[in-house]
Ligand binder design. Structure first.
Ligand SMILES: [Cu+2]
Length: 352
């Protein structure tokens, strides 16, 4: 399944589609499939209970309806030990049938697999940051890259308010909570985890990976609905190549890009591009890491395709695309916008 660009997605109420990117019950990962199994068991049992109650109820309503002229009072009785035992024991048995598979799935995914790829997920108002501590200083924003068929160990926390991490096609939805940080190491004192394996590629030779929609699912402020991201599943070789090249600094070859590099000096208090002077400014930056921004398919937290036109709209007035964003209107001239856009869109990594 190939995802259409987010800004071209149009949902219709009756457009029910198994392959729809936000379908909750068509997870492709081990976690997604196991959770769906529990879901179907629960659904089938719920329908059985519904019919077991509804059918006798409808029968009783018709069979014992008041008949005109019939003055006989209904039989008067109360208490039935057999019935009371039945409606205690049957629900207990049904709940056991739901609880056992639920526990099995919960415990199965409670711990990371020993060879899992660790990914730190940090929620910000309103964008996602992904760090790959096992791959040096690889950091991505708005775009989660994973190799196919690989156990993943997500560690999730928030930089501000509560968010929730969700890729419907992966399954697993985890709250992303604010936390305190260790003063010396900067490590979060608490985080949630999610242990799933990435899905296999539908087309094993797919260049540039397969894209799945991700979304924040905890109301987190004005632009909560615009806090999306793009999950890209690559072949293992392509993922390796991405981690190797994503921190390569841009090659500035044109005058426009060189001018853009100068404009970007004004952005580096909030943004980092690996391998450039912006990396020297210490501390966690307030804005997304823009290393190889040009290689990203989407921008502004996954809400628009990464095109020069959309980037210009964003730079002219970020809040016009994302109300409440921390990025101010920098008052750039059209010339500066063209220059910095040309610089930012330079890419040393090609994933699609
Ligand atoms: Cu959020």
């Amino acid at each position: 399944m190939q995802l259409p660009p987010f800004d071209e997605l149009k949902y219709k109420f009756f457009d029910v589609n198994w392959d729809a990117p936000m379908n909750t019950i068509s997870g492709l990962t081990n976690w997604g499939k196991d959770a769906n199994h529990v879901y179907w068991i629960t659904t089938v049992l719920c329908f059985l209970v519904f019919f077991a109650v509804a059918i006798p109820l409808i029968y009783t309503l018709i069979r014992f309806k008041d008949k005109p002229g019939d003055e006989t009072p209904p039989a008067q009785f109360h208490g039935s030990t057999t019935l009371e035992i039945m409606w205690t024991v049957i629900p207990v048995i049904l709940l056991i049938f739901i609880a056992v598979p639920t526990w099995r799935v919960l415990f199965k995914y409670a711990h990371a697999e020993p060879n899992a790829l660790e990914i730190e997920v940090i929620g910000h108002q309103w964008w996602w940051e992904f760090r790959y501590p096992q791959n040096g200083k690889v950091i991505s924003a708005g775009e989660l890259h994973v190799p196919e068929n690989t156990p993943l160990h997500f560690k999730l926390w928030s930089n501000d308010v509560i968010h929730s991490f969700w890729v419907p096609k992966f399954g697993g939805k985890v709250d992303v909570m604010p936390t305190a940080f260790n003063k010396e190491t900067g490590a979060p004192s608490a985080f949630n985890t999610l242990n799933i394996s990435s899905p296999a590629l539908v087309d094993p030779n797919k260049k540039g990976g397969e894209h799945y929609q991700g979304q924040c699912v905890e109301l987190c402020g004005a632009s909560h609905a615009l806090m999306r991201f793009n999950a890209v599943v690559h072949t293992k070789a392509e993922f390796e190549a991405w981690t190797q090249t994503v921190n390569t600094p841009p090659k500035v070859e044109t005058r426009l890009a060189a001018e853009g590099e100068e404009v970007f000096a004004r952005c580096q208090a909030c943004h980092t591009i690996a391998g450039t002077p912006s990396e020297q400014i210490p501390g966690d930056k307030i804005g997304p890491n823009l290393s190889n921004f040009g290689s990203r398919k989407y921008m502004a937290g996954g809400i628009r395709l990464n095109t020069p036109e959309n980037l210009a709209i964003w730079l002219r007035d970020p809040a016009s695309l994302k109300p409440g964003t921390l990025m101010p209107n920098l008052g750039l001239t059209e010339k500066e916008i063209a220059a910095v856009s040309s610089y930012l869109r330079l890419s040393t990594v090609k994933t699609y």
